[in-house]
Write a protein that binds this ligand. Structure first.
Ligand code: B12
Ligand code: SF4
Length: 449
């Protein structure tokens, strides 16, 4: 029996003007092509749990319009985020017409399983580690069907299967994802990440993470790892253990974290020593009024605003680039948000910047609220959930103002000159920050001699 694991891949914006501008992954632009081809860790994870009696093939579908023949299989397992879900449904419909069983999982299917089930035989809600074996058993017994849920169980990451990185063709990928944690202690109203899958902040044991790194290194000896985390380093003890284990591996890596990482100089040292090239931090806004209320538990993001500049300085002085993310069009945002972000980027010394518009993803508190307030322009316009397209009525400006403001700000922030300026400033900063260390080392050597 053959399973086709199919990832709806690629990175996109719906608005053609944005696409033409190359806005599909701002701040990632130079590496956009590479990033867009990151493999689907969710599907490699399913493969790692699939018994050997099944034959497995991994496929990526960046554009369904260009897909000719369907990948041959007895069961099509499709992973999709919201932006590509309509393409995923079209693909599943084609399989159903051909009489082939289909199962869909991922963030969107987790939020809206009753919508997804109209296009496939089975839907997996949440973490697949808890239900995949049932899906396969039912498939083998000819009774695959319906919505598979974990029934309140939480998957223990100590049990994490080894993703089947060896399904990937080595020449097609030079960046690989590894997950070290799930969940986040914060609750941002717009967050559609793994807090949809788990209520807890949970950690993968360092031994399991290192097992994955070793498996990757057997295929790519000097890999670039993208940690597929939402918020690495919240647990300091786990972080330090992981970073010490990584230090001898000769990998370069990138992750997403929050501003509190700058509070611990030991973590920053360990990050640098273990190959950290860049961290992505969701600052969301440089303005108090806009940040107010974004984090629902404790207004945490608003409370950290005054630390932003110093945190960036501290992290970058360790030679780690900060990619600052800003969300435009939040309820506290007026048209002043655009120059405010531009000025903050210029004077904070950020090496990289990523701007997106506030996006009401299904399953988030933001989506429910905007739906209730009648502010969603197209409540099922999932193709616009790209982080760059506007699909809601902003509270303090028009839709057109927000669209125009995004494009104008992008045009200012992503000129070749602006990007080079930021990178040169970062290099200068690192050189100056390292100078005292070098002088100190020279003094020590002179003393020893
Ligand atoms: C790595 C990553 C990427 C990578 C790789 C994407 C890929 N092909 O997997 C790149 C950089 C390409 C990317 C691009 C985009 N991304 Co992205 N990305 C992530 C990130 C950081 C990690 C995802 C990950 O690998 N998680 C680890 C795996 C193991 O967990 P998982 O995906 O949740 O899978 C589990 C379950 O969902 C389930 N499952 C998932 N799929 C399936 C399928 C089946 C058949 C079954 C049974 C189960 C199942 O089982 C898995 C194991 O438990 C998340 C943030 C996050 N933490 O979720 C954002 C995230 C998924 N991305 C997001 C977005 C919006 C995008 C883009 C649409 C942006 C754009 N404008 O194009 C594109 C779309 C990419 C695409 N077409 O695939 C949003 C999605 C929100 C949503 N509801 O849609 C997220 C949540 C970030 C956010 N801002 O909120 N992304
Ligand atoms: S800090 Fe990031 S991952 Fe955590 S809830 Fe907010 S948006 Fe989501």
């Amino acid at each position: 029996m053959k399973i086709a694991l199919i990832a709806m891949s690629g990175v996109r914006a719906y608005n053609e003007e944005l696409t033409a501008l190359g806005m599909t992954m701002p701040g990632f632009m130079e590496r956009g092509e590479v990033i867009a081809s990151l493999p689907s860790l969710s599907l490699l994870t399913l493969a790692g749990m699939t018994p050997e009696c099944f034959e497995i093939e991994y496929h990526q579908v960046p554009d369904i319009r260009k897909l000719g023949r369907l990948p041959d299989c007895d069961l099509a397992a499709i992973s999709t985020f919201t932006a590509q879900v309509k393409d995923a449904y079209a693909l599943a419909d084609r399989y159903c017409e051909a009489g082939i069983k289909t199962v869909i999982g991922g963030h969107h299917a987790t939020a809206l399983p009753n919508e997804a089930i109209r296009h496939c035989d089975a839907v997996v809600v949440g973490e697949a580690e808890l239900t995949w074996h049932r899906v396969l058993e039912d498939f083998q017994n000819g009774c695959l069907g319906g919505i598979y849920r974990a029934d309140g169980q939480e998957f223990d990451l100590a049990e994490s299967p080894l993703p089947r990185f060896n399904l990937l063709s080595p020449d097609e990928y030079n960046r690989i994802t590894v997950q070290t944690q799930r969940g986040c202690p914060w609750r941002c109203n717009f967050c559609a990440s793994s807090i949809l899958m788990t209520k807890r902040y949970k950690l993968k044991p360092v031994e399991n993470v290192m097992r994955e790194i070793q498996a990757i290194k057997e295929i790519w000896p000097r890999p670039f790892i993208e940690f597929a985390d939402d918020n690495s380093f919240v647990n300091r003890a786990h972080s330090k253990k992981l970073l010490r284990a990584l230090a001898d591996e000769g990998v370069k890596w990138f992750t997403e974290t929050d501003v509190a990482v700058a509070d611990d100089p030991e973590i920053l040292d360990l990050m640098r020593e273990s190959g950290c090239a860049e961290v992505l931090i969701g600052f969301e806004s440089p303005t108090a009024g806009s940040l107010d209320g974004v984090e629902l538990n404790n207004n945490w993001k608003r409370k950290r605003l005054d630390d932003y500049r110093e945190a960036i300085r501290r992290i970058q002085s360790h030679g780690i680039a900060v990619n600052g993310c800003f969300v435009l069009g939040m309820d506290g945002d007026t048209e002043e948000c655009f120059p405010a972000v531009r000025d903050f980027v210029e004077d904070s010394g950020l090496c990289e910047v990523q701007i997106t518009v506030m996006t009401p993803f299904p399953g988030t508190p933001l989506y429910s609220r905007l739906l209730g307030e009648g502010r969603l322009l197209d409540p099922t316009g999932w193709e616009k959930c790209t982080l760059f397209d506007v699909n809601f009525q902003p509270s303090q400006m028009s839709v057109e103002d927000l669209e125009r403001g995004l494009i104008e700000l992008a045009t200012q922030l992503y000129t070749a000159e602006a990007k080079a300026g930021r990178r040169n400033a970062f290099r200068d900063h690192v050189r100056t920050a390292r100078q005292p260390r070098r002088e100190e080392a020279a003094r020590c050597l002179a003393y020893v001699a």
